[in-house]
Ligand binder design. Sequence first.
Ligand code: MTE
Ligand code: MO
Length: 537
Amino acid sequence: MTPTDEHAPADPTPAPWRPPGWWGAAAGLAAVAAALAAGELATGFAASLRNPVVSVGDRVIDAAPRPVKDVAIDTFGTNDKPALITGTLLILIALAVVAGVATVRRRLAVGLGIVAGFGLLGMAAATFGRNGTGNGWVPSLLAMVAAGGTLVLFHRVTYPPVRIAPAGVATATGTALAGAASRRQFLGALGGIGVGAAVLGSAGRRLSQRFSADLERAGVRPRTPAEPLAAPPADPAAGIEGLSPLFVANDDFYRIDTALVAPRVTTDGWALTIDGRVDRPLRLTYDELWNRTLVEYDVTLSCVSNQVGGDLVGNARWIGVRLDELLEEAGVQPGADQVMTHSVDGFTAGFPVRAALDGRDAIVALAMNGTVLPVAHGYPARLVVPGLYGYVSATKWLSRIELTRFDEAQGYWIPRGWAVEAPVKTQSRIDTPRRSRDLRAGRLPIAGVAWAPGRAIREVEVQIDDGDWQQAELGPELADTSWRQWWLAWDATPGEHTLRCRATDGTGTTQTEQRSRPDPDGATGWHSVQIEVGPAD
Ligand SMILES: Nc1nc2c(c(=O)[nH]1)N[C@H]1C(S)=C(S)[C@@H](COP(=O)(O)O)O[C@H]1N2
Ligand SMILES: [Mo]
């Protein structure tokens, strides 16, 4: 120290404050966390949206030359996908650390440039890749904004606006104070981003879970049975307004679930087990089911709760695997008298072994009306047993077929007051005319459907007011397990009318007039409708 030093003026520009070395890496990792969380959150809003990392990874798979793919598959085996995702993540993290370090060293533009580059890559991959969709860029854009915002935040925290000392000059003391304050703020920002990312990311994950089964299902190509059914005949419903179609569209098909929200089952890890009182328990994966001998049947499904004239009944064309074939392979033991079926959601339904083995077309169904079984109707697999009400047989989201005895196990609805055995009763319904329509005197066909699954419909009769029973014309017979449309030409006169219908099944039995409630084993009685016909216009 020399005397001159003592009197030298204070350096007007103090040494610039430098953030600790780890701040850059921390800022970069926080940016990755924010980006992943934002991307994951976005996937929760539409089934078609995917995490940007997955989109980029997929695009890399597509772009990789054959030899590279072979090496990857050789090295990682069937785990090449997780390996690829991990690789993409590692590159992402490395780049993010570079971006973070640049940001805390006053090179925010470099940091943002890296973020923008990766974001645009993700947007392109998710929009134009193999699984690209029109809105695929959304998660990447959100991720980019979140990562960019995080870097801007850390830049501000590291270099807060210059503090002005009370005297009006920036001093070394002032800058040091700013450094101390920003250290607290830096840690605060780090914690905030971390917690926010965890919360939003897991929210997105939970939201998107509801799509995973739909997404997977959309990728399944249904196989055609060896002997597919002939194309169905022209549908008479096309010419009769209000008449039910030959097949009820999947979206219109009635639904009965004990579950509040339909289970979303994905098939990895899923298998159908056949066990209990069998000699050779079976375990079949989804692919194994599709690769068995497939059959196709037209079967009407109905709910025991259906009121006379109600709409808890529908007809569909199902593809699946014959239940008797599966049971034969498993070897049902003589002691078993009940087939107890279990759903992944804990629902159970049991029916007699006899019904499974009497030659009827009971199947483990995989497809419905030409599409893979809809999630709402039991994807990946459900049972369809012609002639039995749904609550004892039609288990959706099927996971297990257990051979038991009636004296050792009961299905879900039995202790709740419903019958143990529940064959579907012969029923018929007037679809049109109904009171809800504005009816005018003149030609007014009376039409509806009738069903007696397994016994076929032989005849449907209609009574207008207190007149004679008249024979209705019958529509095409798809199968004896399928409902049948019917209609009768009528010249309606103005005034009040009562219309009734009754069906006779293939055994020659006409449905009883006796009205009974749905519980415990299905409603009976003739459907009747009262209508008011206005003057002709
Ligand atoms: N897992 C499960 N399967 C189920 C049910 C259920 O509540 N849970 N309901 C049953 C009943 S009562 C009927 S009538 C049919 C209805 O099938 P659908 O919803 O496909 O029309 O599914 C049966 N299978
Ligand atoms: Mo049902």
